[in-house]
Design a protein around this ligand. Structure first.
Ligand code: FAD
Length: 469
């Protein structure tokens, strides 16, 4: 009997436990991707990027003589229909850990099992599943460092090889055409502007992993803080879509560590930050949309995502070069350097006293590496209301940060055209990318600061003072 492989955020062939299990069943394997609510509600950039990934996954499967079947609808309805059409006896998938996916997958699993279909979920998106890491007194880690110490010496199984062949059915079920899904509809700038910055698919991700762990990882400890330097792996977009597995990254990082790369341990720690974010989301799903520390609901945030100062932040026109460079980088490339993410998030939540959810939503719209768990943890960390967060009273100063981490202004010159005699192509590309209605022109004067940095800091601290959280 055929086995259906329900693909979601695991768009790779190697180190794919669900795929291996499906192949072991002996019958044909039918890989399917379902455009459901979770896809329909994606922001413009992550949806566009997912479309690229699906096209690449389709090609990779075809390279193995297989195919990617694409269907739209409620997953249970779609899977039931496929079972009926193909006579499949089993459905396999890789687990996800956000509340909506958990609820959906439970419903699918129990309904299919009731109907006699062997529905099985597998690990793969994480190295350590959330229920396998506990503090000494029980319960999950709310602080990162002890979690790192708890897992750093754990055995992480070696990545699985891609199956040599994927058994195919005699008759393939019908598939939608990817073009008809219009994954780029909300992403006018996608093909023309963002595309060159994406590394799409498993092969590209593996190549980057080898390049990074054989090179820049050595200086990662220092270079990872410099937004003007290509010092990080840039694998987040691949990890977010499962084009590469965290286990593959972990083993490559460990190899570099044993070969003496001094930055390797710091990089391995970042992979565990990703796990930490997932564990927090699994155990405290309100982290996704509510203050993790509930007492923060009393804080006087501005919640208007269309307020003029918030629009200026989104459009990279705050008059603060580090902030503006970062926001423009994200709009053009779909990525933003981690140091810059911390700066723009601190600026929005502190200098502009705007609710972190406003920033979280804009990132979810613009990031091609959008990750539900990392984004939520990152915003709550920056705002001060999250677990193991930067305290609210520690307000990043974007000017001193710039002197420290972009002393030669490589990053700001790359992204800010105004006031430069010969602006770089990247800085100009921002103006070509933005909607006309934003009314931006590279000949404009660079904006004066929205708020005086010292005053903004003072205002935030005053709002915070007297609160004991
Ligand atoms: P590297 O430095 O090479 O690190 C390797 C991998 O470790 C990353 O690819 C990522 O998977 C993981 N990682 C690194 N830092 C973190 C972190 N702080 N938290 C969780 N995982 C981490 N990351 C996302 O993948 N998607 C998001 O939507 C996202 N939103 C963020 C929002 C804010 C406000 C902040 C402060 C951080 C956010 N991050 C997010 C975390 C981090 O900025 C990115 O993971 C990192 O910049 C990706 O670049 P890289 O792949 O070169 O990372």
């Amino acid at each position: 009997k055929p086995t259906i492989l329900w693909l979601r955020r695991d768009l790779r062939l190697a180190d794919h436990p669900a795929l291996v299990a499906a192949c072991k069943n002996g019958g044909p394997v039918i890989p399917v991707f379902i455009h459901d609510e979770s896809v329909a509600t994606l922001g413009a950039a992550p949806k566009w990027r997912l479309g690229l990934s699906l096209a690449e996954m389709g090609r990779a499967l075809e390279g193995k003589g297989s195919r990617l079947i694409m269907r739209m609808g409620d997953p249970l309805d779609v899977l039931r229909a496929l079972v009926a059409e193909t006579g499949a006896g089993a459905v396999h998938w890789s687990r996800l850990y956000d509340p909506q996916s958990i609820e959906r997958d439970k419903r699918v699993k129990s309904a299919l099992r009731d109907e006699g279909v062997d529905a099985q979920s597998h690990a793969g998106h994480l190295m350590f599943e959330p229920w396998t890491v506990e503090t000494k007194t029980g319960g999950y880690y709310k602080v990162y460092s002890p979690m790192w110490r708890a897992v750093k010496d754990r055995e992480v199984a070696a990545p699985l090889a891609a199956p040599a062949t994927i058994p195919t059915p005699n008759n393939w079920p019908e598939s939608d055409a990817l073009e008809d899904w219009k994954m780029s509809a909300a992403m006018r700038r996608g093909a023309a502007v963002c595309a060159p910055y994406q590394r799409v698919g498993e092969a590209a991700a593996m190549e980057r992993l080898h390049e990074f762990t054989g090179g820049a990882i050595t200086d990662y400890r220092d270079d990872r803080n410099l937004p003007g330097v290509d010092g990080t792996s840039c694998l987040s977009e691949n990890l977010a879509l499962g084009e590469i597995s965290p286990r593959q990254c972990w083993h490559a990082g460990q190899r570099a560590l044993h070969e003496g790369a001094k930055g390797a341990e710091t990089w391995l720690k970042e992979l565990v930050w990703r796990e930490f974010a997932y564990h927090l989301m699994y155990h405290t799903p309100h982290i996704l949309n509510d203050n993790w520390r509930r007492e923060w609901s009393a804080f006087p945030w501005n919640e208007d995502g269309e307020a003029p100062d918030v629009l200026a932040w989104k459009q990279g026109r705050t008059g603060v070069p580090f902030v503006d460079a970062a926001m423009r980088e994200m709009y053009v490339t779909g990525r933003m350097h981690n140091r810059a993410r911390m700066i723009v998030a601190s600026y929005l939540t502190k200098h502009l006293m705007t609710h972190w959810r406003v920033g979280l939503d804009w990132f979810a719209e613009c990031l091609t590496d959008w990750d539900i768990a990392a984004n939520a943890m990152g915003w709550q960390w920056a705002a001060g209301c999250g677990p193991d967060a930067a305290p609210y009273f520690r307000v990043f100063n974007p000017e001193t940060q710039l002197d420290k981490f972009d002393a030669k202004r490589v990053y700001t010159d790359r992204w800010i055209a105004e006031g430069q005699a010969e602006p770089s192509d990247t800085a100009l590309s921002y103006f070509a990318a933005v909607p006309k209605r934003w009314g931006l022109d590279p000949q404009d004067k660079y904006p004066t600061p929205l708020v005086d940095l010292a005053e903004g800091r003072k205002r935030a601290l005053e709002a915070y003072s007297g609160r004991d959280f």
